[in-house]
Write a protein that binds this ligand. Sequence first.
Ligand code: ADP
Ligand code: MG
Length: 901
Amino acid sequence: QVDRYLYHMRLSDDVLLDVMARFQAEMVKGLGRDTNPTATVKMLPSFVRSLPDGSEKGDFLAVDLGGSQFRAHQVKVFDDGKQSSQLESKFYPTPKEVIQGNGAELFDYVADCLLDFMETKNLKHKKLPLGFTFSFPCRQTKLEEGVLLAWTKHFKVRGVQDTDVVSTLRKALQKHKASFDIDIDVLALVNDTVGTMMTCGYDDQRCEVGLIIGRTGTNACYMEEMRHIDLVEGDEGRMCINTEWGAFGDDGALDDLRTEFDRELDLGSLNPGKQLFEKMISSLYLGELVRLILLKMTKEGLLFNGKVSTALLTKGKIEMQHVSAMEKYKEGLSNTKEILTELNLFPSEEDCIAVQHVCTIVSFRSANLCAATLAAILTRLRENKKLLRMRTTVGIDGGLYKTHPQYAKRLHKVVRRLVPTCDVRFLLSVSGSGKGAAMVTAVAYRLAAQRKQIDAALAPFLLSLETLREVKNKMRTELEYGLKRETQASATVKMLPTYVCGTPDGTEKGKFLALDLGGTNFRVLLVKIRSGRRRSVQMYNKIFAIPLEIMQGTGEELFDHIVQCIADFLEYMGIKGARLPLGFTFSFPCRQASIDKGTLVGWTKGFKATDCEGEDVVDMLREAIRRRNEFDLDIVAVVNDTVGTMMTCGYEDPNCEIGLIAGTGSNVCYMEDMKNIEIVEGNEGKMCINTEWGGFGDNGCIDNIRTQYDKEVDEGSLNPGKQRYEKMTSGMYLGEIVRQILIDLTKQGLLFRGQISESLRKRGIFETKFLSQIESDRLALLQVRRILQQLGLDSTCEDSIIVKEVCGAVSKRAAQLCGAGLAAIVEKKRENRGVEYLQITVGVDGTLYKLHPHFSRVLRETVKELAPQCDVTFMLSEDGSGKGAALITAVAKRLHNVGQK
Ligand code: ADP
Ligand code: MG
């Protein structure tokens, strides 16, 4: 009979899944900027972004207002690696005149109690951070501020709604400060759900949901992705959202599930039409629901022989503890009988069975509904993480959950049935709301300290405009040194003449071989250039590996290997007999005396073959060909990759007179007026200068901006003390700089839980391509975490944010420094031309420039800022080192033939 009577209160799994879907929609609505104002589930940002990580420490105070009791706490947190803490609390009464009086009195009372607490605990004269647990819906804009939206539960204090409760508490404390010697710093405002999550999070790092099923209310919070929270700036990381789910259904979304009893209860409440979901769930209302049901059943003659007692007619006569007691099945019907008798109802055994059943249906419905909304949150968490299965922990507090004999079991069971894809651990919080506020405060305290340390580590990477201007000016000075006869021998920027005196004019044609040595890959190419109306360039190439032992073996071995690769290529292309002109792209500093003579000044990047420095690389190649004695080649030009790049772009755009490489290395060439090149005879026309600007700073002139990390990278490199500018700007080193910073931050305990893993110790694991991936705007933090995990760096979300920040600082500085250098070059060109405004094109090659998400933009912006009188177009070169070498060879060949004729 009861079952039939309360049919509407028994919810099938289908209905629960439907409630779950409705709640999911409500969450989305609450998170959206446009939909939030009309959403019933407010989804309030808590500004709690991090869970405890165990490194928190110190003494904290907390007050807890809005739960069933008003309390003050002192929490000592130890960073002893055992996640231990000590809690001492004191309860204070909340007299009705205080919680239904005016605001000033309430906060004075809170301050009085806190002062009393400090006196009893002997805490005066100490400066203590305080966390304020205030379990009412507040709109927060930061951690230590919250505007009360509305009182709930049994609170109704005048003049507080729509004001910031933290500043009111501060003012109340300030008044006491004058008369007593106390110094309390209110650092955090915390909802009890958040406090519960944080308390449990201290013991179990997986905890990311806080749930209250309390004597006075129900609510939940969880960690949401920042990118889904429209109301808070920023996309990185997560923030705890206080759902305030008690108001679910206030727009009628649950009307089909609400019974006549729910409606009657609502009409008789302090806040009719509000908190409708809470009224179906929380213990404040369950007893009353039972009373209303029993009353109606009795009136209809279904119970107690139809005799209604005065007690049964009295609001509030049946409370939660009665319901709990009646549902203690183990104790049979004795509790039920006793309680009903107390209500003057003279129950028969059948009455007792029926009433017990009513209680079960009402409290089971509460657990069911609560499970459905919790399941919605868990599903959202899992989807946010893009996981098919998820392990997680829910921190729970609250009287109903803790004291009702069946509630917890039922809730767990239904949740697991509704979300079989989540392995949920339910963790009971011990005095969550108070300790949690202290934990939030402790975390805020830790984060503030960590932030300071991280900022300090990255500060040297932030270059002011003034500093960049200085770099530009110094670069300009070094460029001049390199060009002048007296200073060029000792110049760090070597300004090597290339004997390339003109850009292509479009009449070039023929078949050429090209070699590209000095980049990531060694390649041999066949380039076919057509002129005239069918002007085009066709290329065939093959990549060959250069094993490390050859890169760092003897020169003879290196060149024998190169010739071996050429032989393979000729064979492969079927052109072994042809004696083709060859351009040799050799991307290392060479002192040239003509276009086909180049003496290696010194190896850079990863090369270190012996007996090459000081030798003519063309001769070495010719000798290797002779040693092999298999084919002959006409080596026409030795070409730097920057020059190849400039020539390739120059083939398309005659205004291109600068070539830039931002790849493994960093270098620039440009067309200089012959009259400025003192070490080459002649004053007419122009010649391309390979600046070899990577050596900028080798005389210490930019040591003021080099960081300890740059020095460490330098010391660990193949050529310590050399190529200092290159080591701050190029692909080969950026990842290594990042690695050095990460090691330092880890040593300081700011990353990876202070553990330097084996992989972090490995030189070179952090390749520059990971910077590009990590810094990509399209990448969610979780993907960053996955990249780091692949590198063997087990990182938390916060670690990932920091790593991303480090990468950003390093690559931004690289782009800015490179931009400052380029600004010096374009300014020089402008002055050479003697024009007010210069229009010029820079041909660019290099994977760092091409693939890094921000490098090219920052570089361009810096040039614009530092050389405002130059309008610089950047043109991407396609395969500059191959095509360019062929073009230079073609130009040289043409000039040579003209000469012969
Ligand atoms: P090279 O300069 O050796 O001729 P590249 O221009 O292709 O050749 O540059 C290769 C270098 O670019 C690598 O050594 C690496 O440092 C860097 N790099 C590789 N992939 C990326 C990427 N995705 N983003 C940024 N830099 C990269
Ligand atoms: Mg290259």
